[in-house]
Design a protein around this ligand. Structure first.
Ligand code: GRF
Length: 197
C-alpha cells in the first residue's frame, strides 16, 4: 500500500476528489499545506488525516529539509500536488523523482510555466480565445509544469465564459477525474515495481 502525501494551498477540491476516490493501491497518510488557514486543511482534518503546514516563506532555505523530514516521518512513497502553489526545490524533486504528480488546469504546454496558476491560467486562455482548454496531469521535475505528461482531458470554452466559470468546468469535467485516476495508476505501478524480481 503506497503512502500518499497531498500538498495543498487553497480550497482543496482536488484533495477532496482524491479522498473520495477508490484506490486499492494507495492511502492518503498526510496533507501538507503551504500556509495555515486554507480550507483544504479542514477537509483533511474532518477525515482524520494528519496535517502539517510547511511554509517556504517562513522557512526560506530550511524549507527543503523540513519538507523532506516531514515526508520521511510519514514514510511517504507518492506526492500529489493538488492546487499547490509552491515550486518544490531540486532537493525535494530529486528525492522523489518519478513519484511527484501535479494537476495543471490547462492543456500543457499551453498556459503553463512560471506565473500560470489558478484563475490566471483561465484568464490567459480566454484572452487568447482558445475554443478548447482542459487539464493535465504530469510528473514534477525541476522545470515548473515541464515534466512528462501522464494524462490530459479537453474541456470546451463556451461563449460568455468568465475565468471563474471556466475554472469550475475544468475542475468538474477534467481535474477531479484525471488526478485520482493517475494517482491510482502510479500507486499500482509503484506497488508492482516493488514485487518485480
Ligand atoms: C484550481 O485553480 C485548480 O485548477 C488548480 O488549483 C486551484 C485550486 O485547486 N489545480 P483546489 O480546489 O485547491 O484543489
Amino acid at each position: 500500500m503506497i503512502k500518499i502525501a497531498v500538498l495543498v494551498s487553497g480550497g482543496g477540491t482536488n484533495l477532496q476528489a482524491l479522498m473520495d476516490a477508490e484506490n486499492p493501491f494507495g492511502r492518503i497518510e498526510l496533507v501538507i499545506a503551504s500556509r495555515g488557514g486554507v480550507h483544504a486543511l479542514e477537509r483533511a482534518r474532518s477525515a482524520g488525516i494528519p496535517t502539517r503546514v510547511v511554509s517556504r516563506k517562513k522557512l526560506g532555505d530550511a524549507f527543503a529539509g523540513k519538507m523532506l523530514e516531514t515526508l520521511g516521518e510519514f514514510r511517504i512513497g507518492l506526492v500529489a500536488l493538488a492546487g499547490y502553489l509552491t515550486i518544490l526545490p531540486p532537493e525535494v524533486v530529486g528525492a522523489y523523482a518519478g513519484r511527484i504528480v501535479n494537476i495543471h488546469p490547462a492543456l500543457l504546454p499551453s498556459f503553463g510555466g512560471k506565473g500560470f496558476y489558478g484563475l490566471k491560467v483561465h484568464e490567459a486562455a480566454l484572452a487568447r480565445g482558445v475554443k478548447v482548454t482542459g487539464a493535465t496531469v504530469h510528473l514534477v521535475t525541476e522545470e515548473p509544469d515541464g515534466g512528462p505528461i501522464l494524462a490530459q482531458k479537453a474541456v470546451p470554452v463556451l461563449p460568455g465564459d468568465t475565468p471563474q466559470k471556466l475554472s469550475e468546468r475544468v475542475m468538474e469535467q477534467a481535474e477531479w477525474e484525471l488526478l485520482p485516476r493517475e494517482v491510482r495508476k502510479l500507486c499500482r505501478n509503484l506497488e508492482w515495481s516493488k514485487w518485480k524480481a
